[in-house]
Design a protein around this ligand. Structure first.
Ligand code: NAD
Length: 484
């Protein structure tokens, strides 16, 4: 068993202020695989002081090109340890190894590469014509920022937030989830290796109380939160009350619309990848599958075959597509939704329980529901497990209506042989990202975020960078000319 006795605070490995510990339990074997200190309020105070000192320099005053070099180095250093990082994430939260190298780690380095490139070209200072004379418009770091991280894609969410903060010049306090503290230890070693100036990053694994303490801390100017909609409402309320900048990336219940001209042979494998991605523990998972009444049975048959063929088991086995869920409570929650689906009248076409022969580990069978009405609980609530629902629609307008009949608006997709028809559907669905015949409904360099209860604000792209910047207008004398 791995035992850690330090925390990464302001770029130093230090003894924790408190005595609480976190036990990391393998979702596959149910055994304790590591014990790490749980950060406490005293650690947060130290991290905030270190971040405030770092804000004074030298990192925030570096040129954008110098900051971009740090981001590129961070990406390269993670790539150099990508296999190890992927294995650690698989061990702590059960992501299948067939997916984790790309989905958890290399996708994160692609995000960091995107931040590096954007930092080199973003207009951090520009002179604009004003009403009375020229105006110097400056983008300055937002101040001390905090990144609150969920357990499902821990490094990827760090890359979204820390990448933006380092691009902007903002020190960041990261709070990993108690389920996934181990990848943060590798990240700390990597930050040492690239010699990031001290104080810029602290990594404080802890639960929601310490998370809330960070959010309320007067020394924290900006909160980047990713997690459930329920927690996001709370975080948003605190930030609103304190007039703190905040970005909320929350849950989803995305609809994949299969138009009648879609080629099912090519659609189904890609769609399965986005629907059961990361054991179904993905905010952008396409879990409501909409098929026309004319092709409903055909679509159900094709999906049922694919779900039946999905291998479940030890996530370290590269032939396994679906591993265990992160925790026993998550397994029970997902099984509870399956029961609810049955009791509300939906029909289980495949799966519907715990897989036979897997006595240890928090496994749930990949499950396909048919005869689902959009008002049912399994069509409205985020399940966060390998559970799919196929809903019938009358015509494309009805499909768009069903897709939009949701509190969420994070992602979605349309499957068609007519891309223009797909773009037409995409324009009508109220979500923050959308894919046409795409496995990926999120692009590593373009804005990502939610409409409605899926969040507030955007990450990635210039919009995501702006969320870590304050804008200052310096009104210059009318006859000002910049030095040549
Ligand atoms: P969660 O809301 O329970 O926890 C997320 C993080 O917030 C954890 O670090 C947790 O300790 C912390 N936290 C919880 N309550 C808090 C509070 N009141 N104040 C401060 N911090 C608090 O979510 P989870 O179970 O870890 O993650 C799954 C959820 O995350 C799903 O709903 C999923 O859709 C969502 N998610 C969204 C995105 C996105 O980009 N939109 C990406 C990944 C996951």
């Amino acid at each position: 068993m791995e035992i850690k006795d330090t925390l990464y605070i302001g770029g130093e490995w230090v003894a924790p202020a408190g005595t609480n510990t976190i036990e990391v339990v393998s979702p596959t074997t149910e055994e304790v695989i590591a014990r790490v200190p749980e950060a406490s309020e005293g650690d947060v105070d130290r991290a905030v002081e270190a971040a405030k000192a770092a804000l004074a320099g030298p990192y925030p005053q570096l040129t954008p090109a110098e900051r971009a070099d740090y981001l590129a180095k961070l990406s390269q250093a993670i790539q150099a340890r990508s296999q190890e990082m992927a294995e650690v994430i698989t061990a702590e939260m059960g992501s299948p190894s067939s997916w984790s190298l790309m989905g958890q780690v290399l996708s994160s380095t692609m995000v960091l590469d995107g931040w590096a490139d954007l930092t080199r070209t973003f207009p951090f200072e520009e002179i604009r014509p004003g009403a009375l004379g020229p105006v110097l418009v400056r983008k300055e770091p937002v101040g001390v920022s905090a990144g609150i991280i969920p357990w499902n894609v821990p490094l990827f969410i760090v890359a979204l937030k820390l990448g933006a903060a380092l691009a902007a010049g903002s020190p960041m306090i990261l709070k990993p989830s108690p389920e996934t503290p181990l990848d943060g230890y590798i990240l700390g070693e990597i930050l040492d290796e690239i010699e990031l100036p001290k104080g810029m990053v602290s990594i404080l694994p802890a639960g929601r109380e310490v998370g809330e303490y960070i959010v309320r801390h007067r020394g924290v100017d900006k909160v980047g939160f990713t997690g459930s909609t329920a927690a996001g409402r709370k975080v948003g309320a605190i930030c609103g009350e304190m007039l703190k900048r905040c970005t909320l990336e929350l849950g989803g219940k995305s609809a994949a619309i299969i138009l009648d001209d879609a080629d099912l042979a090519s659609t189904v494998p890609l769609l399965m990848g986005t629907a059961l991605m990361n054991n179904g523990e993905a905010c952008i998972a396409q879990t409501r599958i909409l098929a026309s009444r004319a092709r409903y049975d055909e679509v159900v048959d094709a999906l049922a075959d694919a779900v039946k063929a999905t291998s479940v088991g030890d996530p370290t086995d590269p032939s396994v597509a679906v591993g265990p869920l992160v925790a026993e409570r998550q397994r029970d929650r997902v099984l509870g939704y399956i029961e609810k689906g049955r009791s509300e009248g939906a029909q289980v076409a495949v799966g519907g329980g715990r897989p036979a022969g897997l006595d240890k580990g928090w496994f749930v069978e990949p499950t396909l529901f048919t005869r689902v009405d959009n008002q049912m609980t399994i069509a409205q609530e985020e399940i966060f497990g390998p559970v799919l629902a196929v809903l019938p629609y009358d015509d494309p307008a009805d499909a768009v209506r069903i897709a939009n009949d949701s509190d969420y608006g994070l992602s979605g997709s349309v499957w068609t042989s007519d891309v223009e028809a797909g773009i037409d559907v995409a324009r009508q669905v109220r979500t923050g990202t959308y894919g046409i015949n795409q496995f990926g409904t999120l692009d590593m360099r373009n804005p990502f975020g939610g409409f409605k209860s899926s969040g507030v604000g955007r990450e990635l792209g210039p919009e995501g960078l702006s969320a870590y910047l304050e804008t200052k207008s310096i009104v210059l004398p009318g006859d000002y000319t910049p030095p040549s």
